[in-house]
Design a protein around this ligand. Sequence first.
Ligand code: PLP
Length: 377
Amino acid sequence: MTYLDNAATTRVSENAAQAVMDAMRENYGNPSSLHRMGLDAELIVTDARKTIAKAISAAPETITFTSGATEANNTLLRGAAKVYGRRKNTIVATSIEHPSVEETLKALEQEGFIVKRVKPRADGSISLTDYLYAVDNDTFLATCMYVNNETGAINDVADIFSSVKLKAPDCITHTDAVQAFMKIPMKVTELDADLITFSGHKIHAPKGVGAMYIRKGLRIPPIMTGGGQEKGLRSGTEAVPLIAGFGAAVKEQLPQIDVARSNAVMLGERLRSQLSELPYVKVNSGANCSPYIVNISVEGIRSEIMLHFLESRHVYVSSGSACSKGKHSRVLSEMGMSDKQADTALRISFSKMSSWGEIEQFVSALKEGYMSLEKIK
Ligand code: PLP
């Protein structure tokens, strides 16, 4: 089997799976319980929090666990709007955010906020000048994703946010760092981001767990009320097994970020070099992209048709992003791509578990698909 859809989700690592099992079978106490079993469970959560904080050079108390990045994006954006959007009314965002940000912004527009969406350049990345132009005296919140999930385009978030802070010192900055976390070394001390979103299942942890970073001193109200767990920010009994798996995955990968990145660079180069021999394939990902994501278009063959052909050869990739199943890619059209090119796009994405053999399998199945499938005019 060739699994090259790691931007959609990844296989849980052995260490993470073991940590999940241990927390389910041995340390199954409720962290809120006052007895020993409760304390042991609480220690697991504390340890995972420390690990995730260390991964971004932050203090542990700035990290809150959630059910994933969707919940984190909702909590952070809605919360920031509630507290900091009282006197000012404008949010600056990009037009290529993940639906968990974009749909939340639409909901905030319904509440009366103004959202300015900055379009990407042809290579999929956001220009600092364009972003800064959108920020004015009325801007209280600026959000810009770190790495785009469809094209892999990297935005220079550190540069963008430090310039935003110069122009509008009170503006809160947020980045959805889901596709950057554990792939690009990240230090909150160098990022100028007040709020950051992470997800577990993109980095070999289980699905259903994520985290949010909230800079010390900022006030974000919860979207759920209840038992007051996670310092009142995220009520509900902590998902101890999933959090344990998240912590274990981060702990395991932290010392290997550079090695894994070099491996992804090599795989990407191999893939691009093989694809360059196929005149019917165009690479849509630009030069400044995450080495983990390569977006391509295959002339004349709709994404879904090729995807299912590849699937018949046990090769798994994605058409655009997994979250926009069957829908036209907003990201690619925002980049100025024709419908024809966008409708034939495939996303190939690697993880630390990807291999050379998988690249060979993919290219060989792609060639076979191109030869045998009927082309659209
Ligand atoms: N943000 C980005 C950039 C993503 O790629 C994803 C997942 O596809 C999410 C947010 C949502 O993450 P989760 O599945 O943890 O809710």
